[in-house]
Design a binder for this molecule. Structure first.
Ligand SMILES: Nc1ncnc2c1ncn2[C@@H]1O[C@H](COP(=O)(O)OP(=O)(O)OP(=O)(O)O)[C@@H](O)[C@H]1O
Ligand SMILES: Nc1ncnc2c1ncn2[C@@H]1O[C@H](COP(=O)(O)OP(=O)(O)OP(=O)(O)O)[C@@H](O)[C@H]1O
Ligand SMILES: [Mg+2]
Ligand SMILES: [Mg+2]
Lengths: 165, 150, 150, 165
């Protein structure tokens, strides 16, 4: 499975439609303090199905919707799409491309889509499990949290190994 | 199940011993199941010994040593159960120049099987990447992505 | 007592507004007593607005913005109640180059009344010091202090 | 009041007798990961009267005594002395130099000294209060803890202001 690209719109400080293409190997993301680098990480965590606002550095899930700036009004919706290639799904072993999308409206209503068609969170989680991508597999290490793996209590560390089993 | 867990535990444990020694250029590390409990319930202890120092609990390490030990554990888990991609947000913040080089060298090894997205302020880390994106706020409060030349 | 607390609170609050604006080159910040409680019991809310952004709770800031806001609060407390000396252990770890310069420039102002001991890996921070000590472990496991030429 | 120097022996990784002289202005301390920079900060916190092993990154107070290395045996005692100049103590307003010392033996016995004479922790705290130096006055910001001032709950932040009042 490969991460082909991610499209973000109205999510945190990304008010415009932004597309980030990922090559193989190592991509570095740089920029001044407060410019939006960690917001990019939050977007990835969110589309992977993160359900806790606190893990996205907010107090309510609506905190992820663009809240306005000095010169722009707040938006009504946040949307992030994750484009994966080489996902193994069908019985014949052929791989295909899959687009996972998550939306949240100011009203609190949320939508999940797989390849553009309405789906449930569970469908997204099934695709991710198939692709061996998931919240617990340490696909994202948030800022200041690298030491969490070590600081976790012995029983919590066990969960890390179990997830990988 | 019990067998799957033990198989994963032993594999990650042996990887951790290798990866730690290679990141710290010596020393040793180990993962141990807590004494006395049933294997399916017990927690996991992490013991580390940087080169020239005493063996001890991971909490006695310095800030930079802890980050390197955590990176070693992360990579050990990837050896057993590679993730297609991984985002690392300023994991190099506490590292000195020598350790940044060791970290980026190992990142290159693992980049053969995993796509890495590395958020960093460290110039040496930037130089080790294949592609560089900059995020700017030319318009205050609004993030914009630009592709930078390496 | 009530008067002493209110006097300290108002003085630190007004310092925080100044120091924040100077460290962030604009924007504004404020300290507020929690609504509805008796002054002697209520907690303190921190509101910040970096330049060009919305006013909000300090938890919405980025890693580097948080470190700068915390430094601003620390220096505001020193304005009211200077400490003869202060040890800062890698407070610059999350800062980009622009913010390291702003931090060290302000550190220089406060160094007139307070002796600072700054532990850092950042070259720009080292260059701003009056004296430089190196700690080495030539003998593994044993720390030795050496005086370095600036 | 000025911090003239600190002498450390048998404290954490400082097995030898080490003296650090402090000028006015800004002193930078640099060195590779794990070489002992934060241990220097712990020594300062300890001689200022810190009673919690956890704040010194240990589980018991004996963790501050040099525990040996590849080529050296553990020591039996840790000792730190803080040399202050310009402390205002006597009624006539004249200032004087004061040396505060703290010792801990493997047996668990601890000693405090003021200018070389046995004293109690309370005496040390009195000298520090007089010199307006204290645990709560933010004289030391430990590694990774700069954001604590912000992350503290509203009621805890109140304590910070009260201490400074
Ligand atoms: N819903 C939102 N709408 C608009 N802006 C937001 C929203 N949520 C967060 N922000 C802004 O995003 C900024 C933080 O961005 P982020 O944490 O990504 O910075 P960063 O690039 O990681 O910086 P650092 O290098 O300091 O870690 C904050 O200043 C905050 O104002
Ligand atoms: N009682 C002790 N006896 C001997 N060594 C000790 C003792 N306590 C801690 N140490 C050693 O001190 C080292 C940590 O030192 P310290 O935390 O000061 O490093 P540092 O210079 O701050 O590094 P970093 O730049 O990574 O923050 C550890 O490797 C640990 O083994
Ligand atoms: Mg960030
Ligand atoms: Mg340190």
């Amino acid at each position: 499975v490969k991460l082909a690209k991610i499209r973000i719109s109205g999510f945190k400080s990304f008010s415009h439609d932004t597309e980030v293409v990922f090559p193989d190997g190592i991509t570095a993301v740089v920029g001044p303090n407060g410019c939006g680098k960690s917001n990019l990480g939050d977007a990835l965590n969110w589309v992977l199905g993160e359900q806790s606002p606190r893990m996205l550095r907010g107090s309510s899930m609506q905190d992820v919707i663009f809240g306005g700036s000095e010169s722009r009004k707040p938006q009504g919706m946040a949307e992030v799409s994750l484009h994966l290639s080489g996902v193994n799904g069908s019985p014949d072993g052929a791989t295909r491309d899959v687009v996972l999308t998550r939306r949240l409206f100011r009203s609190g209503e949320s939508e999940y889509l797989v390849n553009g068609a309405r789906a449930r969170l569970k469908d997204i989680q099934d695709v991710l499990r198939e692709a061996r991508i998931g919240a617990q597999t340490y696909a994202t290490i948030e800022q200041g949290r690298i030491e969490q793996i070590l600081n976790a209590k012995p029983k919590e560390r066990r969960l890390i190994i179990e997830e990988a089993a | 199940s019990r067998e799957r867990f033990l198989e994963a535990f032993e594999a990650i444990r042996s990887s951790f011993q290798d990866v730690f020694r290679s990141l710290f250029h010596g020393g040793r590390a180990d993962l141990r199941l807590e004494e006395g409990e049933d294997v399916l319930e017990s927690g996991i202890e992490i013991l580390v010994q940087p080169p020239g120092k005493r063996l001890g609990n991971v909490h006695l390490l310095s800030g930079g040593e802890k980050a390197m030990a955590a990176i070693a554990l992360l990579f050990s888990i990837f050896r057993w159960h590679p993730s297609p991609f991984c985002l690392l947000d300023e994991v190099d913040a506490a590292l000195d120049d020598v350790n940044v080089n060791r970290f980026t060298k190992m990142l290159r090894d693992f980049a053969a099987q995993t796509q890495f997205i590395m958020i960093t302020h460290n110039k040496r880390s930037m130089e080790s990447a294949d592609l560089l994106y900059g995020v700017t706020m030319e318009e205050p409060g609004v993030s914009k992505l630009v592709s930078l030349r390496l």
